[in-house]
Ligand binder design. Structure first.
Ligand code: PBG
Length: 333
């Protein structure tokens, strides 16, 4: 035998020498769920690694993450029902607690990267990412709200705007609105290939943002999120987002869509972000809690697979535990 690949696997030292991929703190984005109030740190039953937290707790959480080397965060608000309406007007109200929280976070930690969420679902009574009329999600009417939301978020100090709504033309609409309002340096991380996936369940539990059960409201998001069967369509979305001025292209979910991550990485020059979504994390946690998988091994392997597929940025609820393991600190589920 001339070639024995096992020679390059014979010791940890040699394996480390030839290792092709590595996840570092610089790759990771930690998701945060913000609630109004003080001293709130609630468990999310279907997503045991994440909590709903009030601003005071989130400020401490960011401090802990920074000590682990994590410096990028994506924040989502849980909006009380009484602040929701058909057209999500609270989303751009300057007194919105999410916007005020962003201001305080950036004041305390000016050097972090803070990513927003732009979509109507946390704020509207229908639980859809756009405006619902005649049993339909209205694309162009929604763009006007997304623009206002994005500008309000840029004003609050978010470094990166994260449109997760999947309306057509939203990246260009948001880019134009930001530029016109004097925010040419605010970036856009576009949810480019966001699939109508069954793996968002725990996130919708966390924010109480699922489409409401009403015959006059579409029951799922399939008319705007992508069909899980499609890959070419991801190339079209990526082309459009690039032309419309996105700074990052995101694939979501991640683990079930590693082929799409690698397709976009191979065909596009913008950095690729991957969202390791709530259901993908919940599934792994459930198996680990049952003793069927080893959390300390299976969790890092999942993040590594996302990196190997071509993701430059990994958004994962495991970010903090991943870094703790890397730094030989204790983790518990
Ligand atoms: C909604 C939004 C969703 C997620 C991020 N932004 C859910 C959805 O589209 O219904 C899911 C994230 C996750 O599951 O971790 N705009």
């Amino acid at each position: 035998m001339l070639t024995r690949p096992r020679r390059n696997r014979k010791s940890e030292s040699i394996r480390a020498l030839v290792r092709e991929n590595m996840v570092t703190a610089d790759d990771l984005v930690m998701p945060l769920f913000l609630v109004a109030g003080k001293k709130i740190n609630e468990n999310i039953t279907s997503l045991p690694v994440a909590n709903r937290q009030s601003l005071d707790v989130i400020l401490k959480e960011i401090g802990q993450c920074l000590k682990l080397g994590i410096h990028s965060f994506i924040m989502f608000p849980k909006i009380p029902d009484e602040l929701k309406d058909k057209t999500a007007t609270y989303s751009f109200n300057p007194k919105n607690f999410y916007l005020l929280a962003a201001q305080k976070i950036k004041k305390k930690y000016p050097d972090i990267t803070l990513i927003s969420d732009v979509a109507l679902d946390p704020y509207n009574t229908d639980g859809h990412d756009g405006i619902v009329e005649d049993n339909e999600i209205k694309n162009d009417e929604t763009l006007a709200v997304l623009e206002k939301m994005a500008v309000a978020q840029a004003k609050a100090g978010f470094d990166v705007i994260g449109p997760s709504d999947m309306m057509d033309g939203r990246v260009e609409a948001i880019r134009d609105a930001l530029d016109l309002d004097g925010f040419p340096n605010t970036s856009i991380m576009s949810y480019t290939a966001k699939y109508a996936s069954a793996f968002y369940g725990p996130f919708r539990d966390a924010l109480d943002s699922a489409p409401v059960n009403d015959p006059s409201i579409p029951k799922d998001k399939k008319t705007y999120q992508m069909d899980p069967a499609n890959a070419n369509e991801a190339l079209l979305e990526a082309e459009l987002d690039t032309l419309e001025g996105a700074d990052f292209l995101m694939v979501k979910p991640a683990i079930n869509y590693l082929d799409i991550i690698s397709l976009l990485k191979d065909n596009h020059s913008l950095p690729i972000a991957a969202y390791h979504v709530s259901g993908e994390c919940a599934m792994l946690i459930a198996a680990c809690q049952n003793g069927w998988l080893d959390y300390k091994k299976a969790m890092p392997e999942s993040l590594l697979s996302i990196k190997r597929a071509g993701a430059d940025v990994i958004i994962s609820y495991f970010a903090k535990d991943f870094m703790k393991l890397k730094l030989n600190q204790k983790v518990s589920l």
